[in-house]
Design a protein around this ligand. Structure first.
Ligand SMILES: [Zn+2]
Ligand SMILES: [Zn+2]
Length: 472
């Protein structure tokens, strides 16, 4: 913590004024003043207190030596181990723009619409546990300069022949892409950072440790190399889309796959900047699952995974199912036979929904899509085979009663339909059977929704470090 020049008290970064402020005498100082004051400009690293969670292994740094009382990533409320450490100095930082009050009020607004959210999430103690954390990002600059050549085609017909003519469409490009970002911490999963994006990198400041006072920061442990191809690919796609729209290329078809390729342009990339971006972060832990609420500390964009409260939802859907059943069968005066068919269709629909949800769970649990987690070794898209989903479906003892009842209900409805009995009584029986199965399936869907909206307790094994030396 920086001492106040007037009274020696602690200085803290004050978000509304974007200055360092003294807690006691209100003295304000510009963060950049401290850099020169400390003469630390040439140093490649800086001293921090590092807190390590004994439960999940997450690491977080602070300028403050006061013990952190809880872990933001797994929700463990034990004192974290701390030690002094030297960390690589980031190149840049976007200081917090949204205050904790801003963040809490937008969270409250969101929670007003979350009817089925557990009550604990509306508790004051939970709301106050929002923590300002700077998350590490890699910021890439990509440029395309020089001649390029696209493949274009023209089609025509002559008699019985289809004629395709191939053209080389050449041009010169001069494009610079600045600020393509990817998160650099394995603690911070890609799905969160993608939904918090974008950050306005124009507001990036030269890094200065003074910005961290009063906040926490996470350090990078994902090599910058992991996202090299993504950054180059993104720039390549944008350039390609622009090039396609050049007026003289009008009339040429550019459908071939090989045309949309990053190697089309002379791509140069610098060594990415290491930058810190602000996030208000809160975790909610229930049993062995955890969910996160994160807010972009620059723009205020909110992203969350909020589980459903089991009791609230069951009560509500039960209250809803009964009137729907009576409405279908007795008020709309639907014929008994149609009522049975409608119920069976409803059941099939809910089964499909349930199955798709499980496919999503299998995919999420495989870690597909989070390459930070795999340190770059995982492919971009992972296809989950049907058998995996089916296996998962049958393994889950909570889905089994639902699925057994469902199959019996469908079979029973089919038998009744074929036998075509005279008495309506049988049809109503079939319809009721399906509705019960729908109800059971909805319980499964809800349970799985909670699995999908929360995360397994994290377990970090930080290796840290970038294995590539900066190219200067
Ligand atoms: Zn002071
Ligand atoms: Zn932890």
């Amino acid at each position: 913590m920086y001492p106040c020049p007037s009274c020696g008290g602690g200085l803290r970064f004050d978000i509304p004024s974007q200055k360092l402020k003294c807690d006691f005498c209100q003295t304000a100082a510009d963060p950049s003043a401290f850099q020169t004051l400390k003469g630390a400009e040439e140093e490649k690293d800086f001293e921090v207190t590092k807190f390590i969670c004994s439960q999940c292994g997450a690491e977080i740094i602070s300028q403050d030596q006061t013990a952190a009382a809880f872990c933001s990533f797994c929700g463990a409320s034990t004192l974290l181990k701390s030690r002094l450490s030297r960390e690589k100095k980031p190149d840049a930082i976007i200081p917090f723009k949204k205050t904790k009050e801003d963040c809490i009020s937008s969270y409250r607004k969101m929670m007003r619409r979350a009817l089925f959210a557990p009550n604990e999430l509306k508790d004051e103690s939970c709301i106050n546990s929002f923590r300002g954390i700077y998350m590490p990002y890699w910021v890439y600059d990509v440029s395309h300069k020089g001649a390029f050549c696209l493949r274009g085609e023209k089609y025509s017909r002559s008699g019985d022949y289809d004629i395709t003519r191939h053209y080389d469409l050449t041009g010169v490009i001069d494009a610079d892409y600045q600020g393509i970002t990817h998160d650099a911490s394995s603690e911070f999963s890609d799905d969160i950072s993608e939904s918090l994006a974008p950050y306005n990198v124009r507001e990036m400041q030269r890094f200065n440790p003074a910005y961290l006072s009063g906040f926490y920061a996470d350090t990078y442990d994902v090599s910058s190399r992991v996202y090299d191809q993504d950054a180059a690919g993104l720039a390549g796609r944008i350039s390609y889309e622009h090039a396609k729209k050049i007026p003289v290329f009008k009339g040429y078809s550019m459908k071939s796959k090989h045309t949309a390729n990053a190697s089309l342009f002379h791509t140069t990339m610098n060594y990415p900047h290491y930058a810190l971006f602000p996030v208000w972060f809160m975790s909610y832990r229930k049993n062995d699952r955890v969910s996160y609420v994160s807010i972009n500390g620059q723009t205020g964009k909110i992203t969350s995974d909020i589980p459903i409260d089991y009791k609230k939802y069951t009560l509500c859907s039960l209250l809803l199912t009964i009137p729907v059943f009576f409405l279908l069968n007795f008020v709309v005066f639907m014929k008994a036979k149609s009522a049975m068919i409608v119920s069976a269709l409803l059941l099939i629909l809910s089964l499909i929904l349930s199955f798709r949800e499980i496919a999503q769970i299998v995919k999420k649990e495989s870690g597909a899509g989070d390459r930070g987690l795999f340190r770059g070794s995982a492919p971009q898209k992972i296809k989950i085979p049907f058998s995996e989903t089916w296996k998962r479906f049958m393994k889950d003892k909570f889905s089994v009663p639902g699925i057994l009842t469902s199959f019996c209900a469908i079979a029973a409805s089919a038998v009744i339909f074929i036998l075509n009995p005279v008495s309506d009584y049988y049809y109503y029986l079939g319809a009721a059977f399906s509705i019960i199965a729908v109800f059971l399936t909805i319980i499964t869907i809800m349970r799985n929704y909670n699995i999908l909206s929360t995360r397994k307790l994290p377990q970090f094994n930080r290796e840290g470090g970038d294995d590539r030396a900066p190219e200067k």
